[in-house]
Design a protein around this ligand. Structure first.
Ligand code: SF4
Length: 363
C-alpha cells in the first residue's frame, strides 16, 4: 500500500486516525526519506491537536514487590528472583510529600502505583483516599493511580476522594498477552479499563514494546486502544530486568521506537501519547525527536524499579525543542504557544538544576 502523507495529515488534523492497513504499511517503512515523511506527518498531527504542550507525569512506587501475579517483564513479581525492593504501602503523608516534590520539579500529573493483583483491602483504600485528598488540596495536580485489576465500586470510591485518572496498561497485543502474563487475562485488563471509562475517568493505557511482539501485534495493540477510546497512551520500551524471564532482551533500536510513537499518534490523533519507561535505554539520542514523532508527554524522574535520566536533562530537552509544560488538565488549556515561548508559571530555567530523585525505585 502506498501511503499518501498529505491525506493522512489532513485526516489526522480532523481527528481521523489511519486505517489498520495504513498502520501495517507504516510499520514496514525503512527508507530514510519515508521515515522522514512519517515523522513529519506524525509531528504535524501532534502539533494540530496538542500544540507545543508537554504533559508531564511522575509516579511514586507506593507499594513494591511481593506481587502474586506473573508478568514476565516485571521485577516485582514474587515468582522471580530479582533485586526489586519489597515494602508495604507508604502512608498518605509520605505520598503527599512526594507529590509536592514532584510538582516542584515540573510534574503536573502524579500517579500512585502499587504492586499486586488489585487494591481491595480497606486499610490500603483508606490510605489512597487520604493521599488523593491531600494531593488535590495541596498541589492541584491531576491525580492518577495504577492499582491493578480494580473493581468499579472501589474506583468510584477513590474517584470521590479525588482520583481523576486511572492507569492500567494492556501490556501488549491480545494475541501475545498470554506469552507475557500468566496469571490474568487480556480480558481482565480490558474489564478494568471499561470500569474506569464507565465512571468518566481519564484512562491512561498502553503497553511495553520490545518484549518479542511483532510489528503486526504492535498495530493490533494500537487498534484495540483506539477501540477502547483510552484518553492517554503510555509508551514503555522494555528495559529488561535481571532475574525476570525477559532478562537480556533488547530488541528495539531508536528508529523502531520513533516508528512506534508515530504509529500511535497517527492511529489516535487526538489522544495523549506519553513516553515513559525505557526511553533513555532504547531511544538514546533520538529522545530529542520523540515530540517530532508525535509524543506530547513524558514521564519525569524515576520509573518503578529503574532510574530515569535527570529532570534537568528533560527540562533542557523540552526547552531545546520549543516545548512547554502543560498545566494540569483540570485547568483551561491556553492556546498553543509558538516554539521557544515558556509555559505559564513554569520557569524551565529554574527547574533545570533540580535533582532527578522523584520517586522511589520502581518497575
Ligand atoms: S506488572 Fe503489576 S501485576 Fe504484574 S507482576 Fe508486576 S506488579 Fe504484579
Amino acid at each position: 500500500m502506498t501511503l499518501d502523507w498529505a491525506d493522512i495529515e489532513a485526516r489526522g488534523a480532523r481527528g481521523i486516525g489511519i486505517s489498520e492497513g495504513e498502520a501495517l504499511a507504516l510499520t514496514g517503512l525503512s527508507d530514510p526519506e519515508d521515515l522522514a515523511a512519517l515523522l513529519r506527518t506524525a509531528g504535524a498531527v501532534r502539533q494540530a491537536h496538542k500544540g507545543n504542550y508537554v504533559n508531564t507525569c511522575g509516579i511514586t512506587n507506593a507499594k513494591s514487590g511481593r506481587c502474586p501475579e506473573k508478568c514476565s517483564f516485571c521485577s516485582q513479581s514474587a515468582h522471580f528472583e530479582t533485586d526489586a525492593p519489597a515494602y508495604a504501602i507508604k502512608d498518605a503523608d509520605t505520598i503527599a510529600a512526594e507529590a509536592r516534590s514532584a510538582f516542584d520539579m515540573g510534574v503536573r500529573e502524579f500517579s500512585i502505583v502499587m504492586s499486586g493483583r488489585a487494591v481491595e483491602r480497606e486499610p490500603e483504600l483508606a490510605v489512597l483516599e487520604h493521599a488523593f485528598q491531600r494531593i488535590r488540596a495541596e498541589t492541584g495536580m491531576q491525580t492518577c493511580a495504577s492499582l491493578g485489576l480494580m473493581r468499579r465500586d472501589h474506583l468510584a470510591r477513590l474517584q470521590s476522594a479525588g482520583m481523576q485518572s486511572m492507569h492500567h496498561n494492556l501490556e501488549t497485543a491480545r494475541s501475545f498477552h498470554a506469552e507475557i502474563v500468566a496469571t490474568h487475562s487480556y480480558d481482565d485488563e480490558v474489564d478494568t479499563i471499561k470500569a474506569a471509562k464507565s465512571l468518566g475517568m481519564y484512562v491512561c493505557s498502553g503497553g511495553i514494546f520490545g518484549m518479542g511482539e511483532t510489528w503486526a501485534q504492535r498495530v493490533e495493540l494500537a487498534m484495540d486502544l483506539r477501540e477502547l477510546d483510552v484518553d492517554s497512551v503510555p509508551v514503555n520500551f522494555l528495559n529488561a530486568r535481571p532475574g525476570t524471564p525477559l532478562q537480556g532482551r533488547k530488541e528495539l533500536n531508536p528508529t523502531d521506537c520513533l516508528k512506534i510513537i508515530a504509529l500511535l499518534r497517527l492511529v489516535m490523533p487526538t489522544k495523549d501519547v506519553i513516553v515513559c519507561g525505557g526511553r533513555e535505554l532504547n531511544l538514546e539520542d533520538e529522545q530529542r525527536n520523540m515530540f517530532h514523532a508525535g509524543a506530547n508527554g513524558v514521564m519525569l524522574g524515576n520509573y518503578l524499579t529503574t532510574a530515569g535520566q535527570t529532570v534537568a536533562l528533560d527540562h533542557a530537552l523540552m526547552a531545546e525543542q520549543g516545548m512547554v509544560i502543560r498545566p494540569p488538565p483540570h485547568q483551561p488549556l491556553p492556546r498553543s504557544v509558538p516554539p521557544g515561548v515558556r509555559g505559564e508559571g513554569t520557569d524551565l530555567g529554574a527547574l533545570a538544576d533540580k535533582p532527578a530523585a522523584l520517586a522511589s525505585p520502581a518497575k
